[in-house]
Design a binder for this molecule. Structure first.
Ligand code: NAP
Length: 285
């Protein structure tokens, strides 16, 4: 554990935010304020916190945060209407619909309604498809954040066996695609995977994306492996048993202060890239 490299996400996030802030200043000189619209449906306290953090992070960089809070009883049609309005609003460059939405809403339909050009959170199936084919503009933010951490710390991915535990549309599947595109050999595990411990123990890189506190055990980790913990459970607890995993790993992300801050920095960065694209369109018009 003494020699384990702690992959500090706050450092990576600060580096990304500094670069993003410079772009924000340039855009503002051209009269464009990058704007992220966040949509929160209902009153889930964790979701409220996440949306507030994202909005505050925007404002800190001089970006605009348009916060839309819809009632718990919102219908799919009402949400689709809100998204349609934001899609056609030229002052909005990115749209984030906070997951999860209340059960009466068709969340997938709502995600799909987001204009691909404003899908800075990478939730549409078009966005996912493009990410998988390695030309997407905006990958899902948490997967992109994981890749950014690996890149920042110069951790080689090529030829490595990456084991991803989780296959959700916003995390496990897209990070598997990004790792594959970076020439890792990828195994994606899920709740029906047999003998998970044996598979994880083959991983040179292990990505924990399960949604269960301390699920990945230290004894599953191959000596010298890299452990990336995307989990974020109540009480600031990750999906990997940090203390035990760190005994075997060569590098590990902490929770909190690992993947989380980089995810937000990625969201801001991708919103600003979307704003830059509108700026380029304006210039060529
Ligand atoms: P999710 O949609 O609930 O997906 C969890 C995945 O884990 C599923 O694919 C599931 O398999 C798999 N799984 C569940 N039990 C398992 C088991 N016993 N063995 C192997 N796989 C199992 O969760 P998510 O949205 O991807 O989030 C995962 C974690 O990341 C959560 O802790 C969440 O809070 C965190 N997260 C963090 C950020 C961030 O910014 N840091 C962003 C998003 C999510 P099946 O597909 O078979 O059900």
């Amino acid at each position: 554990m003494k020699n384990t490299l702690i992959l500090d996400g706050t450092v990576v996030a600060e580096d990304m935010k500094q670069a993003t802030k410079e772009k924000v200043d340039q855009l503002k000189n051209q009269g464009i304020t990058p704007c992220l619209a966040t949509i929160l449906v209902g009153d889930d306290p964790s979701s409220e916190t996440y949306v507030r953090m994202k909005g505050n992070a925007c404002e800190k960089l001089g970006m605009e945060s348009r916060r839309i809070h819809l009632p718990e009883t919102t219908t799919t049609e009402e949400l689709l209407q809100t998204i349609a309005t934001l899609n056609t609003d030229d002052r909005v460059h990115g749209i984030l619909l906070q997951h999860p939405v209340p059960p009466q809403i068709d969340e997938r339909a709502a995600f799909e309604a987001i204009d691909l050009a404003k899908d800075v959170d990478g939730v549409t199936s078009w966005g996912f498809g493009q990410t998988a084919l390695n030309f997407g503009a905006y990958p899902s933010c948490t997967p992109a954040a994981i890749m950014a951490i690996l890149a920042y710390y110069n951790l080689d991915v090529e030829g490595k066996h990456a084991v991803v535990v989780g296959r959700s549309p916003i995390l496990g599947k897209p990070v598997s695609m990004l790792l594959l595109n970076a020439n890792a050999t990828v195994t994606t595990c899920h709740s029906k995977t047999q003998d998970l411990a044996a598979i994880v123990s083959q991983g040179d890189i292990v990505v924990a994306a399960v949604g269960k506190p301390h699920f990945i055990k230290g004894e599953w980790i191959k000596k010298g492996a890299i452990v990336i913990d995307a989990g974020y459970n109540p009480g600031n607890i990750g999906d990997a048993d940090y203390d035990e995993c760190a005994k075997h790993a060569s590098a590990i992300t902490p929770v909190p202060g690992g993947v989380g801050p980089v995810t937000i920095a990625t969201l801001l960065s991708q919103t600003v890239i979307a704003a830059e694209k509108t700026s380029a369109v304006n210039e060529s018009a």
